[in-house]
Ligand binder design. Structure first.
Ligand code: ZN
Length: 293
């Protein structure tokens, strides 16, 4: 089913673009607003908060633990204060209830959803700050910028923080499975961020290569800053759950470090500069994709 649906979407988009190109110049549309640019102090405090949550809950934020519960509460409270409509989506893993946190920004065309997500759980062995507090924090900082800007997107914006990714994409798969066919069809693109702040010397942004507009939004942004990228196709994180349902995907990772799934994946295992660049790349992509072409 999904190749057909993609071809259908592509041909519809091409037809629309052709119609626009062929149309005489009408009254100029207002230019899409330029995306904001954040500094490290607008994203790193979220990582400090997740580290503190792990520190006071036995050193981790894994599925089914108080550390995960407190992580969800932290992100949800920030989103609620910023005017998002938040909801918890429940699933079961190993006999334990798991939670995805879903946040909708009011407005935008509900028939065309731009959806960005990151997994919020760690493994039991460590606090999971690069994997994936970093993606969770980049996503939260992006959502808060949407609120701060009072963005009025053409397409509807939804954000999600997934549970039990480390158990095998469990939360995101459960979410996609629970969507109706019509709701899946409404998602134009899903963007994923997993491990956004690697401390490795040779930094490389691994870009998911699927949805052409999403891929270009990330690659062009990095290229304009002389930051190296590498196409990774699809695989490895929660965007797989959406791809399996025929939904176009995009996103990026900054790759595996020596502390992955270890107790040393602490806030010191995140490079603030890389984390900030990753967040700004995500903000730019969300801004671009939120404006219909
Ligand atoms: Zn991860």
């Amino acid at each position: 089913m999904h190749p057909t649906s993609r071809l259908y979407r592509s041909s519809v988009v091409l037809a629309l673009c052709a119609a626009l190109v062929g149309a005489p110049a009408a009254a100029a549309e207002p230019a899409a607003p330029a995306p904001p640019v954040i500094t490290a102090d607008q994203v790193m405090p979220h990582l400090d908060a997740l580290q503190q949550i792990a520190d006071r809950n036995g050193g981790n934020r894994a599925h089914g633990t108080p550390g995960y519960r407190d992580s969800v509460a932290y992100v949800k409270a920030a989103l609620d204060r910023a005017g998002f409509r938040t909801a918890l989506h429940r699933f079961t893993r190993d006999g334990v209830t798991g939670y995805n946190l879903i946040a909708d920004w009011p407005g935008g065309d509900p028939e065309h959803v731009v959806f960005a997500g990151a997994h919020l759980d760690s493994v039991p062995m460590g606090p999971g700050i690069n994997d994936n507090g970093s993606g969770s924090a980049a996503l939260l900082a992006t959502a808060l910028q949407v609120s701060k800007a009072g963005l009025t997107p053409d397409r509807h914006l939804r954000f999600a923080w997934w549970g039990a990714e480390e158990g095998g994409l469990v939360g995101s798969r459960a979410y996609v499975k629970d969507l109706s066919a019509a709701d899946r069809e409404r998602i134009d693109v899903y963007l994923n961020v997993d491990m956004a702040g690697t401390t490795r010397e040779k930094q490389l942004w691994l870009v998911v290569d699927d949805d052409p507009a999403a891929t270009a939004a990330f690659k062009d942004w990095f290229a304009a800053r002389d930051l190296p990228t590498f196409d990774i196709g699809i695989g490895g994180s929660d965007h797989v759950s959406f791809d399996e349902a025929g939904i176009p995907v995009g996103g990026f990772a900054t790759g595996v470090d020596d502390c992955i799934h270890e107790a040393c994946d602490r806030v010191e295992n995140v490079n603030p500069r890389t984390e900030t660049l990753s967040t700004n790349a995500l903000i730019n992509a969300v801004w671009q994709l939120a404006a219909r072409h």
